[in-house]
Design a protein around this ligand. Structure first.
Ligand code: FE2
Length: 149
C-alpha cells in the first residue's frame, strides 16, 4: 500500500535520514530516538490528543534530551573537545527554552495549549536539524579519532 505509506510518512515532522546521521553509532541511535519522540509529539498534537498525553510526551522528551546531552558532554570532557563550552551553551539554552514551554503548556487552557504545542514543534524541528547537522557535526572528526564509531 504505497499510497498509505507515503501519507503516513508525510506526517512525520522530522524525517530520520542519512543527512542527520553523523556516523557515530551511540550518537545516531540517541538522535534517532529523539526524532521519534518529537514525531510522536507531532502526531499527538495533529490528532488533537488530550493535554495529558501531550504533556507526558513533552516530559519524556525533556528527560531523554537531558540524558542525551549528558552523554555528549561526558565525551567532550573525556576527549578534551575544544568547542565544549560553546556547544554546552547551546544545550543549556535548549533545556531552558523547552522547560519554559512545558511550564507555559501546563498553565495554558484549551486552544492555547495546542497553539503552544505547535509552536514548540516548529521550534524543535529547526533547532534539532541545525544542531545535528551543524553543531554536532563539528565533534565527529575528534570523536572518531578517539575510537568512537
Ligand atoms: Fe549536541
Amino acid at each position: 500500500m504505497p499510497l498509505l505509506r507515503d501519507k503516513m510518512r508525510s506526517m512525520e515532522l522530522i524525517r530520520w535520514n542519512d543527512r542527520l546521521k553523523l556516523g557515530i553509532a551511540v550518537v545516531d541511535r540517541q538522535h534517532e530516538r529523539l526524532v521519534e519522540i518529537i514525531n510522536r509529539l507531532h502526531d499527538a498534537t495533529v490528532q488533537g490528543r488530550g493535554s495529558a498525553v501531550i504533556g507526558e510526551i513533552i516530559d519524556e522528551m525533556i528527560i531523554y534530551t537531558a540524558t542525551h546531552f549528558s552523554m555528549e558532554e561526558k565525551y567532550f570532557a573525556q576527549f578534551d573537545y575544544p568547542d565544549a563550552e560553546e556547544h554546552k551553551r547551546e544545550h543549556d539554552a535548549l533545556i531552558e527554552k523547552v522547560g519554559a514551554f512545558a511550564d507555559d503548556f501546563a498553565k495554558a487552557q484549551g486552544g492555547s495549549k495546542s497553539a503552544l504545542a505547535t509552536e514548540l514543534l516548529q521550534f524543535l524541528k529547526i533547532w534539532w536539524q541545525f544542531h545535528m547537522m551543524e553543531t554536532d557535526a563539528k565533534f565527529v572528526t575528534l570523536f572518531r579519532e578517539r575510537g568512537l564509531t
